[in-house]
Design a protein around this ligand. Structure first.
Ligand code: AMP
Length: 400
């Protein structure tokens, strides 16, 4: 089966074409700066990468260009679009309605539309991608894979905020969580690698990329999660603040005369590592600057401290913990951050293995703790696109 995976952002489209038999990637790429005069398509087929200046005013035009590249005689990998069997779409917000991936029909489209209110930056472009792809590839099944689905069965004590009940019933204010596809993927991989049944495994999965989030997994199911109604809550991120006292917002509105829009922008785009360090939102830059720059050093310290604190909290609410799993750009690659997280977890019985920490990089999976560490810490590279492809295949096969 050839599965086309699409992830539409507001100004970008990422894609991968999978052959399900061996889960190989036939082609992949991304179109960036969509809607501007500088749109570029980065298309990779085999080992060849092509960077092509394109005119892509909207998602429909962008997707058309991607499908042309995939079937192009020179840089393509298919002779015709008829070879594509199904399409998997990443959709950020499925609200309280979507607990699983689903074949896209009018009802699913309506759910994505309804939840655009909760994910105004993500659901509309996701939907634009779905509409464009369904029009270009009308004869094959399209599947929506929701980022929130894996996190949609949290217990009420974890998803409800201590706010007036009406805010939940009328305005749907609750924890939804994000990065669910990544947390689910590493949960399944951890079960495989640790030789445990998925329905038995207890984990703390920690996704550390530009956005950062943590999930407590009991018996293979998510029972708590650090991101909230929006991706702003929880861990410190590249530019997002994570947990703060909500009164900071009222205080600064009054004291500094900042508007809601300004506060929204600063908490989302100018805080986190960037805000504290004043150097960069990229962990590599913060680490490089940390030696002679106290602000950069503090940004890294707060980042690690928050992670360790959350792991401690999740450790106490889980029935047990088979492993802490680190993933995402930082989790998969940053030896100093992994080392510091392990150091912070000594009280939980974590014994770091420096040699293993040095070798589990570049896409490798494995433990970075010693064999006798009572709480193992694993690094498991995430693969959200592959997870979407697998989900898509499963939904299509179930609906045959
Ligand atoms: P992601 O969103 O998962 O692609 O992760 C992106 C982030 O990973 C970047 O912003 C970097 O901060 C971080 N990152 C990637 N490689 C490294 C590395 N070798 N050391 C530290 N951070 C890294």
């Amino acid at each position: 089966m050839k599965i086309f995976v699409v992830n539409c952002g507001s100004s970008s489209i990422k894609y991968q074409l999978f052959e399900s038999a061996d889960e190989s990637v036939l082609a992949k790429g991304f179109l960036e700066r969509l809607g501007t005069s500088e749109a570029v398509l980065h298309h990779t087929a085999g080992t060849q990468q092509h960077d092509i200046q394109v005119e892509a005013p909207d998602h429909s035009a962008g997707l058309g260009l991607i499908l042309e590249a995939i079937t192009d005689r020179r840089i393509g990998v298919l002779s015709s679009l008829d070879e594509i069997d199904c399409v998997g779409h990443r959709v950020v917000h499925g609200g309280e309605q979507m607990h699983h991936s689903a074949l896209i029909d009018e009802a699913v489209i309506e759910v994505i539309r309804e939840n655009a209110e909760l994910a105004p930056l993500h659901n509309p472009p996701n939907l634009a991608g779905i509409t464009a792809a369904m029009s270009d590839l009308p004869k094959i099944p399209h599947v929506a894979v929701f980022d929130t689905a894996f996190l949609s069965d949290l217990p009420a004590c974890a998803f409800r905020y201590a706010l007036p009940k009406e805010w939940y019933t009328k305005y749907h204010v609750r924890r939804y969580g994000f990065h669910g596809t990544s947390h689910r993927y590493v949960t399944l991989r951890a079960a495989e690698l640790l030789g445990a049944g998925v329905d038995k495994i207890n984990l703390i999965t920690v996704h550390l990329g530009n956005g950062c989030s943590m999930t407590a997994v009991a018996g293979g199911k998510a029972v708590d999660h650090s991101m909230g109604m929006t991706p702003l809550e929880g861990l410190v991120m590249g530019t997002r603040c994570g947990d703060i006292d909500p009164a900071v917002v009222f205080y600064l509105a009054r004291r500094a005369g900042l508007s809601l829009e300004e506060l929204d922008r600063i908490l989302n785009k100018e805080s986190g590592l960037l805000g504290v360090s004043g150097v960069s939102n990229d962990m590599r830059d913060c680490l490089a600057a940390a030696d002679g720059n106290a602000d950069a050093a503090l940004a890294v310290e707060i980042f690690v401290y928050r992670i360790v604190k959350y792991i401690g909290a999740y450790f106490t609410i889980l029935p047990g913990c088979d492993a802490v799993v680190l993933t995402g750009g930082i989790g998969e690659n940053s030896l100093p951050i992994r080392r510091r997280i392990c150091q912070g977890l000594q009280r939980l019985g974590v014994v770091a293995d420096e040699e293993r920490n040095g070798t589990i990089v570049g896409g490798k999976a494995g433990p970075i703790t010693t064999d006798d560490s009572s709480l193992p810490v694993w690094v498991i590279p995430t693969d959200e696109e592959l997870m979407i492809a697998r989900e898509t295949q499963a939904v299509v096969e179930n609906n045959k």
